[in-house]
Design a protein around this ligand. Structure first.
Ligand code: ADP
Length: 163
């Protein structure tokens, strides 16, 4: 049984994330999308909201599940019996940080491999941060996120404006 962990903030999940999930699901027996607590990043959605949005997006994929984690990623990977971590690489700008993270994780646990996957070209410019910004400014995000994520974003941002 080959299990891969896909960790991230997923604040919120985008079609770029989903593209990586689909690719990983074809290579591994099981994919666990692990939503990080990440309090330092002050997420727009709570941990429970983020994981619920992921769950709805992966419901049709039988070998993919969603979970939350906090603390060291390598400890979580051990706990879930994973062999590898998958991360998405969009552009050279992602590389430096991802390279550092992968080598640090290897230092912490040599057994765990990090695998990088490139999304479809149309998603290489997509990030959760950009999607939030465009939604906040009233732009069309329908091709960037699943419909339920779009709805959640609109509800959250409209409520914020009312305050
Ligand atoms: P983090 O805060 O850990 O970077 P993110 O949710 O922003 O969490 O991203 C999780 C992973 O998904 C990272 O490896 C990131 O590079 C990757 N990723 C984010 N957006 C995309 C995208 N559009 N296409 C491919 N990978 C992506």
């Amino acid at each position: 049984m080959r299990t891969v962990i896909y960790p991230g903030s997923f604040d919120p999940l985008t079609n770029g994330h989903l593209d990586v999930v689909h690719r990983a699901a074809r290579l591994f027996d099981k994919v666990i999308v692990a939503v990080a607590q990440n309090e330092t990043k002050q997420p727009l959605f709570s941990l429970q909201e983020r994981v619920a949005l992921v769950k709805e997006s992966i419901a049709h994929l039988s070998n993919v599940e969603a979970d939350t984690f906090d603390g060291l990623l390598v400890n979580y990977v051990e706990k879930r019996g994973g062999q590898a971590v998958v991360r998405g690489l969009r552009a050279v700008s992602d590389f430096e940080f991802e390279f550092q993270l992968a080598l640090m994780n290897r230092k912490l646990n040599e057994r765990i491999e990090t695998i990088f996957m490139m999304p479809k070209e149309t998603y290489t410019f997509l990030s959760s941060r950009m999607v939030k910004e465009i939604a906040r400014l009233g732009g069309d995000i329908s091709s960037f996120v699943p419909a339920h994520v779009q709805k959640a974003l609109h509800e959250r941002l409209n409520r914020k404006e009312v305050k």
